[in-house]
Design a protein around this ligand. Structure first.
Ligand SMILES: [Cu+2]
Length: 147
């Protein structure tokens, strides 16, 4: 899978941001932001994403829409991979062979819904070999209920 064209190495530390005022709330993040950082790669790229500094609870990462990924790296923990334990590290390699807009998010059963609801998601943009557009915008929408 790796080394076909280019290898892109990315690092996504996980963290928990505690709300500091009445207008802020707790969030679980990739790299400190909600949504997590945009992963922008090109068709033909091999990608390696390293997840570190995990939350106080176990997690995993699913690469939604990425179809050239070994099943052991598709993030459905604890079914296809061991969960990433607090303080743990996991490297996810995959290859992108088609353009499109995809996303990443936790897929640890049974905590994935609460982790996604607290902000753990981000976009993956796979650029085509030849662009047929001049402008693009990435939007990720999320709903929050804050008391
Ligand atoms: Cu998904």
């Amino acid at each position: 899978m790796l080394g076909r064209d280019k290898l892109k190495r990315l690092h996504l530390p996980l963290s928990r941001n505690n709300g500091k005022s009445k207008r802020e709330t707790e969030a679980f993040t990739f790299n400190g932001t909600v949504p997590g950082p945009e992963i922008r790669v090109n068709v033909g790229d091999s990608v390696q994403v390293t997840i570190t500094k995990t939350l106080a609870e176990p997690t995993s990462v699913h690469w939604h829409g990425i179809n050239r990924i070994a099943w052991i790296h598709d993030g459905v923990a604890p079914v296809t991979q061991a969960v990433i334990q607090p303080g743990g590290r996991h490297v996810y390699p995959f290859f992108v062979d088609r353009p499109g807009t995809f996303m990443y998010h936790p897929h640890f059963l049974p905590n994935e819904a609460s982790q996604v609801d607290k902000g753990m998601y981000g976009p993956i943009i796979v650029e085509p070999q030849r662009k047929t557009y001049t402008k693009e915008f990435t939007m990720m929408l999320g709903g929050w209920i804050v008391k």
